[in-house]
Design a protein around this ligand. Sequence first.
Ligand SMILES: [Zn+2]
Length: 313
Amino acid sequence: MTVAPLMLAVSVAFPKPGQVLPPVDSTYMSGAVPRGTQTITVQGREVSVYRTGGWVTMVDVVSGENQIEIVAGDVKTNVTVRVEQKPKPLPVNKTAAREKKWTKLEYAKDEPRVHPSGKAPSDILIVVDPGHGGPADTGAVSPHGFFEKEANLRLAREVVVALTNMGYRVEMTRDSDVPLVLTERPRSACEGEADAFVSIHHNATACNSDPRKVRYTAVYAWNPIGEALAKAVSGKMAAELEGDIPSSGVLHANFAVTRNPEVPSCLVETDFITTPEGEEAIWDWKRRKRIGEAIAQGIDEWCRTPPPAGKRE
Ligand SMILES: [Zn+2]
């Protein structure tokens, strides 16, 4: 009896063949093979495959073009990874750089809005922003090739459903796969009557750090008005996901969607899409619904909690 050689299709989600990376010594590489495959070989080293068929590993790269070979059964796949050779950056004036990063949203007023604690939910407007969108801005990519922009939209819809059920007015910055300019996302919140702005994302590790080593939730805020909102959202998420993934609490980040001086804003990073475990968890719709409800409960708690006396936030 002759046994047919085992042929296994292997896909690579990151980096894409020919993808240009910044100057790094190593990068993570991820992809998928048929379920049931135990191991594959990448750069001659054995790599274990998760039960979903997803795989991820770290590979060594040098400046210039790298041919990285992936072997699964009898199938060999080569991916070209170009690593950019950039001249060493000149020393920067840190103060000037920081000031530049402070760029104000030109349409936002400096004065924060009055906290909505005195209002009924039906008089409170929350803007939910599913991060990324459109063909060019996919966000991060999972080992099976799913895009963060889609995961963000699905979770954002759960947040909207939960808030609507609580009686809030809700608007989304996008409800389909369309591109949006980052600095334009908070515009409708400022020009309308929004009481809060929440951007929904899924996290990814930097190309030269190992995605297998990090998974956590985090809520980013920049100013005190956003921080109070972020704290409430982070607390509810951490409670809901206790024993599942750890919480990093509230982190500070000067993002276009967090530095709004007028409308309290925060950015939620729900999980890491770059690992096979994170990917599997993100596509669990029951878990997604629970996370969406937890984010909505955090927003609700913030709306109902009056700020300390004398403070607008
Ligand atoms: Zn994102």
